[in-house]
Design a protein around this ligand. Structure first.
Ligand code: RIB
Ligand code: CA
Length: 298
């Protein structure tokens, strides 16, 4: 099987942790690099969490620290993911250190050296991706596509309009959405339906399920009875099993100013589509996919 080479740009983050773990155990994917970006909590905790995860799963995947603040907006952060971003489980101390290169430089090197195009999988604010495109526009030719978790055509989660990843850095998102790259937007339209709780985790009694159960209980984006929203895992699931999703070409603009800043607004007339938007998900297939992958994990 040809494995898809990917970079996961992430802000772990409770649902990021699930997405990273699942990606590590999918034979379809070759995770070349993990880059961290400020988002759910501060970049220090986020980067430490990424190191904790590659240590927990014992994966020799490089981690590079990225942008500490949004391009223009002031530093953000929320407490939906708790104090450290992965509270609730006693992770072993990271056995690895980060690359000396900044996330953007590490991604640049990878793109330049790779013989095949690389798929970028941002599941946090788009600050690193935007910085890469601004600094090295010539490298667009080495990017296969961008499969991102973010946005929504059916209302936000930060407010009525904006989804967190876009809201956290709308200027970065605008740059990415207007880049001309092949973009797949996995937004709240589908991710809010992709809920995993104790009904699924209890079916795979391994260390990974135990860890997920512990950190999911600290996630304010749901509860263990109804399930917590596996936003970021949907981007991974799309990569390995796109048939689980209904995707449509749409023209989407990113609002960068005013009370609706961070909204991914669909434009209906006189605009060519610029994004493939996931508008539907087979929820049962997603849960089976999640459980099937979880069963392979430590
Ligand atoms: O809105 C959901 C997104 O915001 C997810 O990526 C979650 O990890 C948070 O970053
Ligand atoms: Ca995230």
């Amino acid at each position: 099987m040809r494995r898809i080479p990917i970079v996961i740009d992430t802000d772990p983050g409770i649902d990021d942790a699930a997405a990273l773990g699942l990606a590590f155990y999918r034979d379809e994917l070759d995770v070349k690099l993990i880059t961290t970006v400020s988002g759910n909590v501060d970049i220090h905790n986020i980067t430490r969490n990424a190191l904790k995860l590659v240590t927990f799963f014992d994966k020799d995947i490089p981690v590079a620290k990225g942008m500490e603040t949004p391009l223009l907006n002031p530093a953000l952060g929320n407490k939906v993911h708790g104090e450290t971003g992965m509270d609730g489980y006693n992770f072993p101390e990271p056995a690895r250190t980060i690359l000396k290169e900044h996330a953007v430089e590490a991604t640049r090197s990878l793109l330049e050296e790779s013989e095949e195009k690389i798929t970028l999988v941002p599941v946090g604010p788009l600050t690193n991706i935007a910085a890469l495109l601004l600094m090295y526009p010539q490298l667009k030719d080495k990017i296969e596509r961008v499969v991102l978790m973010g946005g929504s055509l059916s209302g936000g989660n930060v407010n009525g309009a904006a989804e967190f990843n876009i809201w956290a850095d709308p200027h970065a998102a605008k740059i990415v959405f207007e880049s001309g790259l092949d973009i797949v937007m996995i937004g709240l339209d589908v991710t809010l339906k992709a809920r995993i709780g104790e009904d699924v985790l209890s079916k795979s009694p391994n260390k990974s399920a135990e860890m997920f159960d512990a950190i999911f209980r600290n996630y304010r984006d749901g509860d263990m009875e109804q399930g917590v929203a596996m936003h970021d895992s949907c981007a991974i699931a799309y990569l390995t099993n796109p048939e689980m999703f209904t995707v449509e070409p749409r023209h989407v603009k990113v609002v960068t100013e005013g009370p609706a800043s961070g909204m991914t607004m669909e434009v209906f007339r006189n605009e060519e589509p610029n994004v493939h938007v996931a508008v539907g998900i087979d929820v049962e297939a997603f849960k089976e996919w999640f459980l099937g992958t979880l069963a392979k994990m430590v």
